[in-house]
Write a protein that binds this ligand. Structure first.
Ligand code: ATP
Ligand code: MG
Length: 383
Protein backbone atom coordinates (compact mmCIF):
# COMPACT_ATOMS: atom_id res chain seq x y z
CA UNK A 1 0.00 0.00 0.00
CA UNK A 2 1.34 3.45 -0.85
CA UNK A 3 2.23 5.57 2.13
CA UNK A 4 0.73 9.02 2.43
CA UNK A 5 3.22 11.84 2.90
CA UNK A 6 2.72 13.91 6.04
CA UNK A 7 3.52 17.61 5.58
CA UNK A 8 4.94 19.13 8.72
CA UNK A 9 5.76 22.71 9.59
CA UNK A 10 8.34 22.96 12.37
CA UNK A 11 8.39 26.27 14.21
CA UNK A 12 11.51 26.19 16.37
CA UNK A 13 14.14 28.88 16.96
CA UNK A 14 16.77 26.68 18.58
CA UNK A 15 18.98 25.14 15.87
CA UNK A 16 20.00 22.30 18.22
CA UNK A 17 16.40 21.33 19.01
CA UNK A 18 15.43 21.60 15.37
CA UNK A 19 18.25 19.38 14.19
CA UNK A 20 17.51 16.83 16.95
CA UNK A 21 13.93 16.61 15.71
CA UNK A 22 15.07 16.23 12.12
CA UNK A 23 17.34 13.40 13.27
CA UNK A 24 14.38 11.62 14.81
CA UNK A 25 12.52 11.91 11.52
CA UNK A 26 15.45 10.63 9.52
CA UNK A 27 15.05 7.34 11.34
CA UNK A 28 11.52 7.04 10.06
CA UNK A 29 11.16 4.35 7.51
CA UNK A 30 7.54 3.42 7.84
CA UNK A 31 6.31 6.95 7.23
CA UNK A 32 6.87 9.40 4.34
CA UNK A 33 7.15 12.98 5.51
CA UNK A 34 8.16 16.42 4.35
CA UNK A 35 9.27 19.09 6.73
CA UNK A 36 9.54 22.83 6.42
CA UNK A 37 11.39 24.64 9.17
CA UNK A 38 10.91 28.28 10.28
CA UNK A 39 12.17 30.10 13.37
CA UNK A 40 9.53 32.71 14.06
CA UNK A 41 5.76 32.59 14.63
CA UNK A 42 5.14 35.38 12.12
CA UNK A 43 6.97 33.38 9.44
CA UNK A 44 4.84 30.32 10.19
CA UNK A 45 1.59 32.27 9.95
CA UNK A 46 2.82 33.94 6.79
CA UNK A 47 3.73 30.68 5.07
CA UNK A 48 0.42 29.04 5.93
CA UNK A 49 -1.84 31.96 5.05
CA UNK A 50 -0.05 33.03 1.88
CA UNK A 51 1.26 29.75 0.60
CA UNK A 52 -0.85 27.36 -1.43
CA UNK A 53 0.94 24.55 0.32
CA UNK A 54 -1.12 22.72 2.89
CA UNK A 55 0.42 21.40 6.11
CA UNK A 56 -1.06 18.48 7.99
CA UNK A 57 0.39 19.44 11.33
CA UNK A 58 2.42 22.19 12.97
CA UNK A 59 5.07 21.44 15.59
CA UNK A 60 5.20 24.62 17.63
CA UNK A 61 7.83 25.66 20.16
CA UNK A 62 6.16 28.05 22.59
CA UNK A 63 9.27 30.17 23.21
CA UNK A 64 10.06 32.02 20.00
CA UNK A 65 11.83 35.30 19.29
CA UNK A 66 8.55 37.06 18.43
CA UNK A 67 6.22 35.45 20.96
CA UNK A 68 6.47 33.46 24.19
CA UNK A 69 4.41 31.12 26.34
CA UNK A 70 0.71 30.56 25.84
CA UNK A 71 0.49 33.71 23.73
CA UNK A 72 2.34 31.91 20.97
CA UNK A 73 -0.41 29.33 20.78
CA UNK A 74 -3.23 31.86 21.13
CA UNK A 75 -1.85 33.97 18.30
CA UNK A 76 -1.35 30.89 16.15
CA UNK A 77 -4.91 29.63 16.74
CA UNK A 78 -6.38 33.03 16.03
CA UNK A 79 -4.63 33.17 12.67
CA UNK A 80 -4.92 29.48 11.76
CA UNK A 81 -7.83 27.70 13.40
CA UNK A 82 -7.89 24.59 11.23
CA UNK A 83 -4.39 23.03 11.14
CA UNK A 84 -3.69 20.83 14.17
CA UNK A 85 -0.81 21.79 16.39
CA UNK A 86 1.53 19.82 18.62
CA UNK A 87 3.29 21.98 21.19
CA UNK A 88 7.02 21.44 21.93
CA UNK A 89 8.06 22.19 25.50
CA UNK A 90 11.05 21.79 27.77
CA UNK A 91 11.21 19.37 30.73
CA UNK A 92 10.17 21.98 33.27
CA UNK A 93 7.22 23.26 31.28
CA UNK A 94 4.63 20.53 31.83
CA UNK A 95 2.11 22.98 33.33
CA UNK A 96 2.43 25.23 30.35
CA UNK A 97 1.91 22.26 28.07
CA UNK A 98 -1.29 21.27 29.86
CA UNK A 99 -2.57 24.84 29.59
CA UNK A 100 -1.74 24.74 25.91
CA UNK A 101 -3.99 21.70 25.51
CA UNK A 102 -6.92 23.63 26.96
CA UNK A 103 -6.15 26.45 24.53
CA UNK A 104 -6.61 24.14 21.56
CA UNK A 105 -3.28 22.33 21.05
CA UNK A 106 -3.95 18.75 19.99
CA UNK A 107 -0.98 17.33 21.93
CA UNK A 108 2.39 18.20 23.43
CA UNK A 109 5.87 16.70 23.35
CA UNK A 110 8.63 17.24 25.89
CA UNK A 111 11.70 17.94 23.78
CA UNK A 112 14.30 15.82 25.55
CA UNK A 113 12.04 12.81 25.62
CA UNK A 114 11.05 12.63 21.99
CA UNK A 115 11.38 9.22 20.42
CA UNK A 116 10.32 8.52 16.90
CA UNK A 117 7.37 6.38 18.03
CA UNK A 118 6.14 9.08 20.40
CA UNK A 119 6.51 11.77 17.74
CA UNK A 120 4.67 9.74 15.15
CA UNK A 121 1.88 8.88 17.55
CA UNK A 122 1.47 12.54 18.55
CA UNK A 123 1.38 13.64 14.94
CA UNK A 124 -1.14 11.01 13.82
CA UNK A 125 -3.31 11.65 16.83
CA UNK A 126 -3.16 15.42 16.22
CA UNK A 127 -4.12 15.00 12.57
CA UNK A 128 -7.02 12.70 13.42
CA UNK A 129 -8.33 15.02 16.12
CA UNK A 130 -7.87 17.97 13.81
CA UNK A 131 -9.89 16.25 11.10
CA UNK A 132 -12.67 15.37 13.50
CA UNK A 133 -12.77 18.93 14.78
CA UNK A 134 -12.87 20.31 11.24
CA UNK A 135 -15.71 17.93 10.33
CA UNK A 136 -17.55 19.04 13.44
CA UNK A 137 -17.05 22.68 12.51
CA UNK A 138 -18.27 22.02 8.96
CA UNK A 139 -21.32 20.11 10.12
CA UNK A 140 -22.09 22.90 12.61
CA UNK A 141 -21.86 25.38 9.74
CA UNK A 142 -24.12 23.18 7.60
CA UNK A 143 -26.73 22.91 10.34
CA UNK A 144 -26.57 26.65 10.92
CA UNK A 145 -27.13 27.29 7.21
CA UNK A 146 -29.97 24.81 6.93
CA UNK A 147 -31.59 26.29 10.05
CA UNK A 148 -31.34 29.75 8.50
CA UNK A 149 -32.79 28.41 5.27
CA UNK A 150 -35.64 26.77 7.13
CA UNK A 151 -36.39 29.98 9.02
CA UNK A 152 -36.29 31.90 5.76
CA UNK A 153 -38.65 29.36 4.19
CA UNK A 154 -41.02 29.53 7.13
CA UNK A 155 -41.05 33.29 6.88
CA UNK A 156 -41.66 33.05 3.15
CA UNK A 157 -44.49 30.60 3.74
CA UNK A 158 -46.24 32.77 6.29
CA UNK A 159 -45.77 35.84 4.09
CA UNK A 160 -47.23 33.81 1.25
CA UNK A 161 -50.26 32.72 3.25
CA UNK A 162 -50.84 36.25 4.59
CA UNK A 163 -50.50 37.71 1.13
CA UNK A 164 -52.71 35.14 -0.58
CA UNK A 165 -55.44 35.45 2.03
CA UNK A 166 -55.30 39.21 1.73
CA UNK A 167 -55.39 39.12 -2.08
CA UNK A 168 -58.34 36.71 -2.08
CA UNK A 169 -60.23 38.54 0.64
CA UNK A 170 -60.62 41.75 -1.39
CA UNK A 171 -62.35 40.23 -4.45
CA UNK A 172 -64.38 37.88 -2.24
CA UNK A 173 -65.68 40.79 -0.20
CA UNK A 174 -66.60 42.55 -3.44
CA UNK A 175 -68.53 39.48 -4.59
CA UNK A 176 -70.33 39.06 -1.25
CA UNK A 177 -71.35 42.73 -1.13
CA UNK A 178 -72.57 42.71 -4.73
CA UNK A 179 -74.53 39.46 -4.20
CA UNK A 180 -76.15 40.81 -1.01
CA UNK A 181 -77.21 44.00 -2.74
CA UNK A 182 -78.72 42.06 -5.62
CA UNK A 183 -80.43 39.61 -3.26
CA UNK A 184 -82.02 42.14 -0.88
CA UNK A 185 -82.61 45.09 -3.20
CA UNK A 186 -83.33 43.33 -6.44
CA UNK A 187 -86.75 44.95 -6.90
CA UNK A 188 -85.31 48.45 -6.40
CA UNK A 189 -82.39 48.07 -8.81
CA UNK A 190 -82.43 49.48 -12.32
CA UNK A 191 -81.17 47.16 -15.06
CA UNK A 192 -78.17 49.35 -15.47
CA UNK A 193 -77.24 49.16 -11.78
CA UNK A 194 -77.78 45.41 -11.69
CA UNK A 195 -75.48 45.01 -14.69
CA UNK A 196 -72.87 47.08 -12.87
CA UNK A 197 -72.90 44.69 -9.88
CA UNK A 198 -72.64 41.67 -12.19
CA UNK A 199 -69.64 43.34 -13.83
CA UNK A 200 -68.02 43.81 -10.43
CA UNK A 201 -68.59 40.14 -9.63
CA UNK A 202 -67.14 39.11 -12.96
CA UNK A 203 -64.08 41.33 -12.44
CA UNK A 204 -63.48 39.98 -8.92
CA UNK A 205 -63.71 36.38 -10.14
CA UNK A 206 -61.23 37.08 -12.92
CA UNK A 207 -58.88 38.69 -10.43
CA UNK A 208 -58.95 35.56 -8.25
CA UNK A 209 -58.49 33.26 -11.23
CA UNK A 210 -55.46 35.29 -12.34
CA UNK A 211 -53.97 35.11 -8.87
CA UNK A 212 -54.53 31.36 -8.76
CA UNK A 213 -52.92 30.96 -12.18
CA UNK A 214 -49.88 32.94 -11.07
CA UNK A 215 -49.48 30.93 -7.88
CA UNK A 216 -49.84 27.65 -9.76
CA UNK A 217 -47.35 28.77 -12.38
CA UNK A 218 -44.81 29.75 -9.75
CA UNK A 219 -45.22 26.52 -7.82
CA UNK A 220 -44.71 24.56 -11.04
CA UNK A 221 -41.46 26.42 -11.70
CA UNK A 222 -40.32 25.90 -8.08
CA UNK A 223 -40.97 22.19 -8.42
CA UNK A 224 -39.13 22.23 -11.77
CA UNK A 225 -42.25 20.82 -13.39
CA UNK A 226 -42.58 23.51 -15.99
CA UNK A 227 -42.22 22.23 -19.51
CA UNK A 228 -39.87 23.90 -21.93
CA UNK A 229 -40.98 23.47 -25.53
CA UNK A 230 -39.01 25.65 -27.91
CA UNK A 231 -40.44 25.69 -31.42
CA UNK A 232 -39.45 27.61 -34.56
CA UNK A 233 -41.23 30.93 -34.66
CA UNK A 234 -41.27 34.21 -36.50
CA UNK A 235 -40.20 36.55 -33.75
CA UNK A 236 -41.44 39.73 -35.35
CA UNK A 237 -44.88 38.34 -36.10
CA UNK A 238 -45.15 36.84 -32.65
CA UNK A 239 -44.27 40.13 -30.94
CA UNK A 240 -46.57 42.16 -33.19
CA UNK A 241 -49.55 39.95 -32.34
CA UNK A 242 -48.72 40.09 -28.66
CA UNK A 243 -48.44 43.90 -28.74
CA UNK A 244 -51.83 44.10 -30.49
CA UNK A 245 -53.44 42.00 -27.76
CA UNK A 246 -51.92 44.06 -24.96
CA UNK A 247 -52.76 47.31 -26.77
CA UNK A 248 -56.36 46.18 -27.12
CA UNK A 249 -56.78 45.59 -23.41
CA UNK A 250 -54.99 48.88 -22.61
CA UNK A 251 -57.41 50.81 -24.85
CA UNK A 252 -56.21 54.15 -26.10
CA UNK A 253 -54.81 55.15 -22.72
CA UNK A 254 -51.31 54.07 -23.69
CA UNK A 255 -49.41 53.85 -26.90
CA UNK A 256 -47.09 50.90 -27.45
CA UNK A 257 -44.46 51.64 -30.10
CA UNK A 258 -43.02 48.41 -31.47
CA UNK A 259 -39.97 48.00 -33.67
CA UNK A 260 -37.94 44.97 -34.66
CA UNK A 261 -34.73 44.21 -36.45
CA UNK A 262 -35.70 42.23 -39.50
CA UNK A 263 -32.59 40.07 -39.77
CA UNK A 264 -33.40 38.06 -36.71
CA UNK A 265 -37.00 37.17 -37.14
CA UNK A 266 -36.40 33.42 -37.20
CA UNK A 267 -35.98 31.99 -33.73
CA UNK A 268 -36.68 28.93 -31.64
CA UNK A 269 -38.27 29.73 -28.33
CA UNK A 270 -41.07 28.57 -26.10
CA UNK A 271 -44.11 30.60 -27.15
CA UNK A 272 -46.00 30.21 -23.88
CA UNK A 273 -43.06 31.33 -21.79
CA UNK A 274 -42.31 34.20 -24.17
CA UNK A 275 -45.92 35.25 -23.96
CA UNK A 276 -45.73 35.22 -20.19
CA UNK A 277 -42.52 37.31 -20.17
CA UNK A 278 -43.73 40.09 -22.44
CA UNK A 279 -47.35 40.27 -21.29
CA UNK A 280 -46.10 40.76 -17.74
CA UNK A 281 -43.45 43.33 -18.68
CA UNK A 282 -45.76 45.29 -20.97
CA UNK A 283 -48.57 45.21 -18.44
CA UNK A 284 -46.18 46.58 -15.79
CA UNK A 285 -45.06 49.33 -18.18
CA UNK A 286 -48.72 50.27 -18.70
CA UNK A 287 -49.80 49.87 -15.10
CA UNK A 288 -47.05 52.04 -13.65
CA UNK A 289 -47.29 54.83 -16.25
CA UNK A 290 -49.71 57.71 -16.45
CA UNK A 291 -52.21 57.60 -19.29
CA UNK A 292 -51.25 58.95 -22.72
CA UNK A 293 -47.60 58.07 -22.18
CA UNK A 294 -45.55 56.08 -24.66
CA UNK A 295 -44.14 52.60 -24.17
CA UNK A 296 -41.39 51.31 -26.44
CA UNK A 297 -40.94 47.63 -27.19
CA UNK A 298 -38.15 46.54 -29.52
CA UNK A 299 -35.58 43.88 -30.15
CA UNK A 300 -32.20 43.59 -31.84
CA UNK A 301 -29.92 40.64 -32.49
CA UNK A 302 -26.25 40.19 -31.81
CA UNK A 303 -24.79 36.96 -33.16
CA UNK A 304 -26.95 34.23 -31.66
CA UNK A 305 -28.71 36.23 -28.99
CA UNK A 306 -31.66 38.55 -29.13
CA UNK A 307 -32.01 41.58 -26.88
CA UNK A 308 -35.55 42.75 -26.10
CA UNK A 309 -36.16 46.13 -24.51
CA UNK A 310 -39.30 47.45 -22.86
CA UNK A 311 -39.08 51.10 -21.92
CA UNK A 312 -41.62 53.31 -20.20
CA UNK A 313 -41.86 56.85 -18.91
CA UNK A 314 -43.75 55.84 -15.80
CA UNK A 315 -43.30 56.40 -12.09
CA UNK A 316 -40.05 54.39 -11.92
CA UNK A 317 -38.77 52.41 -8.96
CA UNK A 318 -36.91 53.79 -5.92
CA UNK A 319 -33.29 52.60 -5.86
CA UNK A 320 -33.69 50.89 -2.47
CA UNK A 321 -36.40 48.57 -3.88
CA UNK A 322 -34.71 47.62 -7.12
CA UNK A 323 -32.60 44.70 -5.86
CA UNK A 324 -35.62 42.78 -4.48
CA UNK A 325 -38.16 43.21 -7.29
CA UNK A 326 -37.68 39.68 -8.61
CA UNK A 327 -38.64 38.13 -5.28
CA UNK A 328 -42.17 36.75 -5.00
CA UNK A 329 -44.64 39.26 -3.54
CA UNK A 330 -42.13 42.10 -3.37
CA UNK A 331 -43.61 45.43 -4.45
CA UNK A 332 -41.84 48.78 -4.57
CA UNK A 333 -42.64 51.38 -1.91
CA UNK A 334 -44.15 53.81 -4.44
CA UNK A 335 -46.99 51.63 -5.79
CA UNK A 336 -49.64 53.68 -3.91
CA UNK A 337 -53.06 52.26 -4.75
CA UNK A 338 -52.02 50.49 -7.96
CA UNK A 339 -53.19 46.87 -7.66
CA UNK A 340 -50.83 43.94 -7.97
CA UNK A 341 -49.55 40.86 -6.20
CA UNK A 342 -45.82 41.22 -6.78
CA UNK A 343 -45.64 37.87 -8.55
CA UNK A 344 -45.26 39.07 -12.15
CA UNK A 345 -41.51 39.72 -12.18
CA UNK A 346 -40.75 36.56 -10.18
CA UNK A 347 -42.57 34.59 -12.87
CA UNK A 348 -40.85 36.49 -15.69
CA UNK A 349 -37.44 35.75 -14.18
CA UNK A 350 -38.19 32.02 -14.04
CA UNK A 351 -39.31 32.03 -17.68
CA UNK A 352 -36.11 33.85 -18.69
CA UNK A 353 -33.97 31.42 -16.72
CA UNK A 354 -35.64 28.42 -18.33
CA UNK A 355 -34.62 29.96 -21.66
CA UNK A 356 -31.06 30.31 -20.31
CA UNK A 357 -31.39 34.06 -20.71
CA UNK A 358 -30.85 37.12 -18.55
CA UNK A 359 -32.99 39.99 -17.37
CA UNK A 360 -31.90 43.46 -16.22
CA UNK A 361 -33.90 46.36 -14.98
CA UNK A 362 -32.89 49.99 -14.94
CA UNK A 363 -35.12 52.55 -13.40
CA UNK A 364 -35.20 56.09 -12.11
CA UNK A 365 -38.02 57.33 -9.96
CA UNK A 366 -40.40 59.71 -11.76
CA UNK A 367 -38.43 59.25 -15.01
CA UNK A 368 -39.13 55.71 -16.16
CA UNK A 369 -38.07 52.09 -16.33
CA UNK A 370 -36.27 50.01 -18.95
CA UNK A 371 -36.25 46.23 -18.76
CA UNK A 372 -33.81 44.31 -20.96
CA UNK A 373 -34.27 40.62 -21.64
CA UNK A 374 -31.51 38.72 -23.42
CA UNK A 375 -32.34 35.27 -24.81
CA UNK A 376 -30.51 32.78 -27.00
CA UNK A 377 -32.01 33.00 -30.48
CA UNK A 378 -31.98 29.24 -31.02
CA UNK A 379 -33.01 27.32 -27.94
CA UNK A 380 -33.49 24.02 -29.74
CA UNK A 381 -29.74 23.41 -30.18
CA UNK A 382 -28.78 23.99 -26.57
CA UNK A 383 -31.45 21.66 -25.15
P1 ATP B 1 -48.50 41.37 -10.58
O1 ATP B 1 -48.18 40.08 -9.91
O2 ATP B 1 -49.94 41.59 -10.74
O3 ATP B 1 -47.68 41.59 -11.80
P2 ATP B 1 -47.00 43.60 -9.57
O4 ATP B 1 -47.04 44.32 -10.86
O5 ATP B 1 -47.08 44.41 -8.32
O6 ATP B 1 -48.09 42.47 -9.47
P3 ATP B 1 -44.42 42.60 -10.41
O7 ATP B 1 -44.81 42.63 -11.82
O8 ATP B 1 -43.67 41.42 -9.89
O9 ATP B 1 -45.67 42.75 -9.44
O10 ATP B 1 -43.54 43.87 -10.10
C1 ATP B 1 -42.98 44.03 -8.81
C2 ATP B 1 -42.93 45.48 -8.45
O11 ATP B 1 -41.98 46.14 -9.28
C3 ATP B 1 -44.21 46.22 -8.68
O12 ATP B 1 -45.08 46.10 -7.59
C4 ATP B 1 -43.73 47.66 -8.87
O13 ATP B 1 -43.48 48.24 -7.62
C5 ATP B 1 -42.38 47.47 -9.55
N1 ATP B 1 -42.42 47.61 -11.01
C6 ATP B 1 -42.36 46.63 -11.92
N2 ATP B 1 -42.34 47.11 -13.17
C7 ATP B 1 -42.41 48.46 -13.06
C8 ATP B 1 -42.42 49.55 -14.00
N3 ATP B 1 -42.38 49.34 -15.31
N4 ATP B 1 -42.47 50.80 -13.50
C9 ATP B 1 -42.49 51.01 -12.17
N5 ATP B 1 -42.50 50.03 -11.23
C10 ATP B 1 -42.45 48.78 -11.67
MG1 MG C 1 -46.74 43.11 -12.66
Amino acid sequence: MEKITIHILLVEDSPTDASLLKQVFLRAEQQKWQMRHVERLSEAIDIITKNQHRFDVVLLDLHLPDSTGLNTLKEYRAAIPDIPVVVLTGLDDEDLALNAMTEGAQDYLVKDQITFQRLLRAIRYAIERGEILNQLRESEERSRLSLEKEQELNELKSNFVAMVSHEFRTPMTTIRTAVEIIEYNNHKLTNERRAKYFDQIQYAINQMLRLLDEILFLSRTEAAKLEFNPTPLNLELFCRELVEMVQMSAGNQHNIIFSAQEECIQAEMDEDLLNCIFTNLLSNAIKYSTSQSNIWFDFVCQDDIVIFRIKDQGKGIPLKDQARLFESFYRASNVDKIQGTGLGLAIVKKCVEIHKGEIHLESQQDVGTTVTVTLPLHSLESH
